[in-house]
Design a protein around this ligand. Structure first.
Ligand code: 9MR
Length: 402
């Protein structure tokens, strides 16, 4: 039952949203260390001297990311309010059909002070997206890194009431514009290498400590469903390509379903590094498909880091890979292009994947230029000037030779 309900709901809503657009008219700390918990083994940076990459020939006329994947899934990007009136906004308008406000919808932006809601920044980005005909992914109703301190004061019952009030108010405010929510973000344990140490699948965050259990996840989903019965509700996390973390994610999803908690989908952030195996990413999608037929899957924050850093870089900015500079070696761009092509081939073949978003438009927009350390990074599909990179060509043009 569930499988049809969730997917049908999204299909219906996608259509409904499209219809509604005309009527609407106008309208490190980030990342929880992103890849930090994966603590990848140090990988030597290829000692190739930087060379200017060959110019990328233009895509076939008329091809955009959204048109290339129109038959498969929405193509989305993170975008923030500073970017909408600039070159990244122009590219987002032309190339993508889904927008995730990069930070404006988080609790520390909407309600930094208890009882005071300010939607100005979020409305601006959301209205821009709607005016340009985009679907909007609401990110995120609950994230420990974006939770103001006051949220977690008092008893679990008081925390629950506060959370329910917050979610009800926010989901209701955007009800006509946002039909997809990352309800909880990064709640799965990250203790990947040391075993679980009795913590369980739930991540040891201030939420878990304040509430005393993972019940806050249930509260969040139930409040979101009550506020908008039509909204499609996701649990979103990173490193799902790691089998140990994935097992914990699955344990939590199973627990939610067993309790009748209304979850419709799983979001895989997919913050990749050069050594990420695409087969592992495929394994993440397939594991969810295999166990929870009917759950929708989204790729929510795709980027392809040019660096493989050791855990110490994420923890203390020591041992970080050397800066590749503003012009990365052509070999790195080619490897990234191959990774992108392999990934998109995997995603296209999986019907549960209904949306794929990159975490930023141009390389210069990415959080990875500052995290885990300040350095030129090149993790996205467009370069700093807004030109499509080899990775863009590799996924939009099957004849493009990497
Ligand atoms: O990219 C986002 C950055 O601009 C924000 O300052 C930060 C805090 O709000 O969040 C970043 O996005 C994160 C996302 O919300 C969750 N997964 C990891 C992303 C990178 O940190």
């Amino acid at each position: 039952m569930m499988q049809f309900t969730a997917r049908d709901r999204l299909k219906f809503l996608t259509g409904a949203a499209a219809l509604g657009l005309g009527a609407c008219g106008g309208g490190g700390g980030g990342g929880g260390g992103g890849s930090s918990a994966s603590a990848p083994a140090p990988v030597a940076v290829t000692p190739t001297p930087p060379v200017t990459p060959p110019p990328v020939t233009p895509a076939p006329a008329g091809t955009t990311l959204q048109s290339a994947f129109n038959a498969n899934f929405k193509m989305g990007t993170a975008l923030n309010g500073q970017q909408i009136a600039g070159p990244s906004g122009d590219i987002a308008r032309d190339e993508f059909n889904s927008i995730t406000p990069e930070y404006e919808l988080k609790a520390n932006n909407i309600a930094p002070t208890q009882g005071v809601f300010n939607f100005d920044q979020a409305d601006r980005v959301v209205d821009w997206a709607i005016a340009n005909g985009k679907e909007v992914r609401g990110h995120a109703l609950l994230w420990h890194e974006a939770t103001p301190d006051y949220f977690l004061q008092g008893t679990p019952a008081q925390i629950r009431t506060r959370l329910e009030t917050y979610i009800t108010t926010v989901v209701d405010h955007f009800k006509d514009r946002i039909k997809i929510w990352d309800v909880v973000n990064e709640v799965v344990s990250v203790d990947i290498y040391n075993g679980n140490n009795g913590v369980g699948p739930d991540r040891d965050t201030a939420w878990l400590q304040a509430v005393g259990s993972g019940d806050y996840i249930d509260w969040a989903f139930r409040a979101a469903r009550a506020a908008d019965p039509d909204a499609v509700l996701f649990l979103n996390d990173y490193n799902t390509e790691n089998p140990i973390k994935r097992a914990w994610l699955i344990e939590i999803v199973q627990r939610l379903l067993d309790r009748g908690v209304p979850i419709d989908g799983v979001g895989h952030q997919f913050h990749f590094q050069p050594d990420t195996e695409i087969s592992a990413a495929a394994g993440a999608i397939d594991a969810v498909d295999g166990l929870f037929a009917g759950l929708i899957q989204h790729v929510t924050e795709l980027d392809m880091n040019m660096y493989s850093d050791p855990g110490t870089c994420w923890e203390s900015e020591t041992g970080c890979a050397a800066d590749l500079g503003a012009n990365p070696p052509a070999a790195n761009l080619a490897a990234q292009a191959q990774m992108a092509r392999d990934l998109f081939d995997v995603l296209k073949a999986r019907s549960s994947v209904e949306s794929v978003s990159v975490w930023g438009v141009r390389d210069g927009d990415s959080w990875l230029n500052f995290s885990p350390t300040e350095r030129f990074n090149h993790p996205l599909l467009f370069d700093r000037s807004g030109n499509p990179k080899p990775a863009y060509r590799a996924i939009t043009d099957p004849d493009y030779e990497i």
